[in-house]
Write a protein that binds this ligand. Structure first.
Ligand SMILES: Nc1ncnc2c1ncn2[C@@H]1O[C@H](COP(=O)(O)OP(=O)(O)OP(=O)(O)O)[C@@H](O)[C@H]1O
Ligand SMILES: [Mg+2]
Length: 274
């Protein structure tokens, strides 16, 4: 085995600002509008290193937008995001210019996104898909990237598929390649946006099992999911979002098992009925 980047072996606080302790990520006052649609209205949360945060909430509540702002696929209008030792205050960051580009690029590199569907390169093999980012983007040596990719493929249960092409894989296997591909970039936090919602029901379990495995191995993850049972089982922390605010947060036992807020109760009873 090569030395895989389990992100929680170290979390040195390398900046001069307020120490994070065991925190891996911190968001404060995240605001985002699309035109006059005010989608995020002051989002705050902390994510402890090595834990899983589940993000629940109705359609349109802003879940995907939160993940996209963490990965700076969307730029917040205001607020501060910190992942590990990189912190960006979007309220003061210039809109354009070299400094803005560098800061957003360094924050983006801290997290890896796994989307609803995989977008693998169809003409590349599984292994080539996994090494693409480390070699092309991070300019790491190919032999090192290959060795690490083989370990990651083993971790997601696909050692025997490394020379296949995506069309030869099931949807669940393709999604697991997508997970290996995100991990290959050695993110400090892995963000999953409904990673099983595009899958046939019989394939959901194998992907959830891989995500559960990552959580138990110490990766710091945030997952948007409608799989309430899974969230209850795997998450250390649940954030319930509605209308662009965190309505309630706490342990799964509290937020899912004994919600304080009416909006959370209504959402849970609706989703359990479906
Ligand atoms: N790029 C965009 N441009 C304009 N509006 C957007 C954009 N992305 C999201 N929105 C709007 O922001 C709101 C929140 O969307 P978001 O995708 O974050 O919700 P969600 O909670 O992930 O919903 P779902 O459960 O349906 O995936 C919606 O009103 C959506 O239309
Ligand atoms: Mg969404």
């Amino acid at each position: 085995m090569t030395d895989l980047p389990t992100p929680d072996r170290t979390s040195p606080d390398q900046t001069d600002s307020e120490p994070m302790g065991d925190l891996r990520a911190r968001a404060r006052g995240i605001d985002k509008s699309f035109g006059d649609n005010h989608v995020l209205r002051g989002i705050d949360f902390d994510a402890v290193a090595g834990t899983t945060t589940a993000l629940l909430g109705p359609s349109g509540s802003g879940k995907t937008t939160i993940l996209r702002t963490l990965n700076v696929l969307e730029r917040p209008d205001h607020g501060t995001i910190r992942i590990d030792d990189v912190e960006v205050d979007f309220g003061v960051l210039p809109l354009k210019g070299q400094a803005a580009r560098e800061q957003t690029a360094s924050l983006r590199a801290q997290s890896g996104m796994v989307f609803q569907s995989h977008n693998l390169f169809p003409h590349k093999t599984v292994l080539e898909n996994v090494i693409e980012g480390p070699v092309q983007v991070q300019k790491r040596p190919a032999d090192e990237a290959v060795a690490e990719a083989r370990d990651l493929l083993e971790q997601v249960g696909l050692s025997d598929k490394s020379d296949q092409h995506p069309f030869q894989l099931s949807g669940g296997q393709q999604q697991r390649v997508g997970i290996a591909r995100a991990l290959a970039l050695r993110p400090r936090m892995v963000l999953f946006d409904e990673p099983t919602s595009a899958l046939d029901p019989e394939l959901v379990g194998e992907v959830l099992a891989v995500i559960k495995d990552l959580a138990s191995e110490g990766w710091t993850t945030m997952i948007v999911t409608h799989e309430i049972g899974f969230a209850a089982q795997v998450a250390d922390q649940v954030l319930f979002l509605d209308g662009g605010v965190v309505v309630e947060h706490g342990t799964p036992a509290q937020v899912i098992g004994d919600p304080h807020e009416d909006r959370t109760r209504q959402f849970l009873s609706r989703i359990r009925r479906d």
